[in-house]
Design a protein around this ligand. Structure first.
Ligand code: RFL
Ligand code: PHB
Length: 391
């Protein structure tokens, strides 16, 4: 089998890349280790930046998102028992975020690809990549008990943090920058009406909490926990007690509870592997970088990477110019490092470190006071949170 671009991984990065290339007449094949049902049911992100929403809309895959997603024009920062609104839209000249679950984006992209004859190989086993430093890259994999070889001009490594592409590079080829955090997030989905119109990010003595949403009937909430904690330690009553304690305000705001139907613990990590290009292999999305979820940037960075990559590949095929491909890594890394800084900063400001002392907590409160009372500081938060325009 032969294609122009062989794509490993059907997450947001791989599927959107395939879609963008298709719109420009470039052929690709996506190889995904999991089943369609599994990728369409994996719960992850919820916040889409303005630039992500615009790109999905302009390329014809934003119709359901426009109908079912929720546009949020502000967020709340809550500390010391009080809430403070950050007017995202007012502070950024009209930009906003949209809350629309990642697996819904996945469903929309899979449908768009399959409806237009796109090739996605689900349950591709033992994917391995070859010859990407030479003219003729090759991807081998197994499907339905049969060995396959896919010849291509380029390979896009969109296979996430635990994928095979980054690990196929020779030792020493990558410079890795990394930080792990001494806390994780305990996430739940609950059947309940919204308690708030906008997302609430809270710092409390007991640690961070976040109230997000999925629909008028389903709410998504997280609280800071031990990264090695187990969902079995947390019966529903204990979870609600924790949320009620961390989110309590002086003005009697009420968190509405409901039956919890999903629980999970997420580890927190900052990670960048540079560069993102090796010959004819391009890493994109979580395969090259991870951010802690406090800044809501991971999926948006994956989208931004493949937007740059698709344009560079189009220029290669249309004009023969490889300037875009040469610049790919540096172009992406500028945005990635700004998102790394923002995600690290939001995480540091809003979480309690085990062993963190009272001085540290007072400095965090002072920072939150500053961010919510200074227009300069809240503008900085707002423009980072809604995201910078696409390259
Ligand atoms: P993905 O989504 O991990 O997709 C990679 C795909 O590759 C497949 N794969 C392989 N396929 C073939 N062969 C192999 N050897 C393979 N190994 C892996 C996998 O099965 C998978 O289908 O990477 P991608 O496309 O780069 O997308 C990245 C995003 O998924 C991620 O950054 C976000 O989910 C991060 N994130 C958030 N991002 C946001 O922008 N806004 C948010 O609000 C937000 N909230 C979150 C988040 C991530 C979270 N978790 C669970 C880590 C909230 C949470 C809790
Ligand atoms: C979510 O809704 O899942 C969500 C919202 C904001 C974040 C992270 C995750 O910062």
């Amino acid at each position: 089998m032969r294609t122009q671009v062989g794509i490993v991984g059907a997450g947001p990065a791989g599927l959107l890349l395939s879609h963008l290339l298709h719109l420009q007449g470039i052929d690709s094949v996506v190889l995904e280790i999991r089943s369609r049902e599994e990728i369409e049911a994996t719960l992850r992100a919820g916040v889409l930046e303005q630039g992500t929403v615009d790109l999905l809309t302009q390329t014809g895959v934003g119709e359901r998102m426009k109908r079912e997603g929720f546009v949020h024009k502000g967020i709340e920062l809550r500390f010391d028992g009080r809430s403070h609104r950050i007017d995202l839209t007012g502070l950024t000249g009209g930009r906003a975020i949209t809350v629309y679950a990642q697996h819904e984006v996945i469903k929309d992209l899979v449908k768009a690809r399959l409806d237009t004859g796109g090739k996605i190989v689900f349950e591709a086993q033992d994917v391995n990549i070859h010859n990407f430093m030479a003219e003729k890259p090759l991807i081998r994999y197994e499907h339905g008990g049969v060995e396959h070889a896919l010849e291509c001009d380029f390979i896009a490594g969109c296979d996430g943090f635990h994928g095979v592409c980054r690990r196929s590079l020779p030792k020493g080829a990558l410079t890795v920058y990394e930080r792990t955090y001494p806390f994780g997030w305990f996430g739940i989905l609950a059947k309940a009406p919204p308690s708030t119109e906008e997302l609430i990010y809270t710092l409390h003595q007991r640690g961070f909490a976040l109230v997000s949403t999925r629909s008028p009937e389903v709410q998504r909430l997280y609280f800071q926990c031990d990264p090695l904690d187990n969902v079995d330690n947390w019966p529903d009553d204990r979870i609600w007690e924790e949320f009620q304690a961390r989110l309590a305000t002086r003005d009697g705001w009420k968190l509405i509870e409901g039956p919890i139907f999903q629980k999970g613990v997420v580890a927190m990590r900052s990670f960048v592997a540079e560069p993102m290009r090796f010959g004819r292999l391009f890493l994109a999305g979580d395969s090259a970088h991870i951010v802690p979820p406090t800044g809501a940037k991971g999926l948006n960075l994956a989208v931004a990477d493949v937007n740059v990559l698709a344009k560079a590949l189009v220029a290669h095929y249309r004009t023969g110019s490889d300037d875009g491909l040469e610049a790919y890594s540096a172009t992406c890394l500028r945005r990635i490092w700004k998102a790394q800084r923002f995600s690290w900063w939001m995480t540091s400001m809003l979480h309690r470190s085990p062993g963190g002392d009272a001085f540290q907590h007072r400095v965090q409160l002072a920072e939150l006071d500053y961010v919510t009372s200074s227009e300069a500081a809240s503008t900085s938060l707002a423009e980072n949170y809604v995201g910078f325009p696409m390259d």
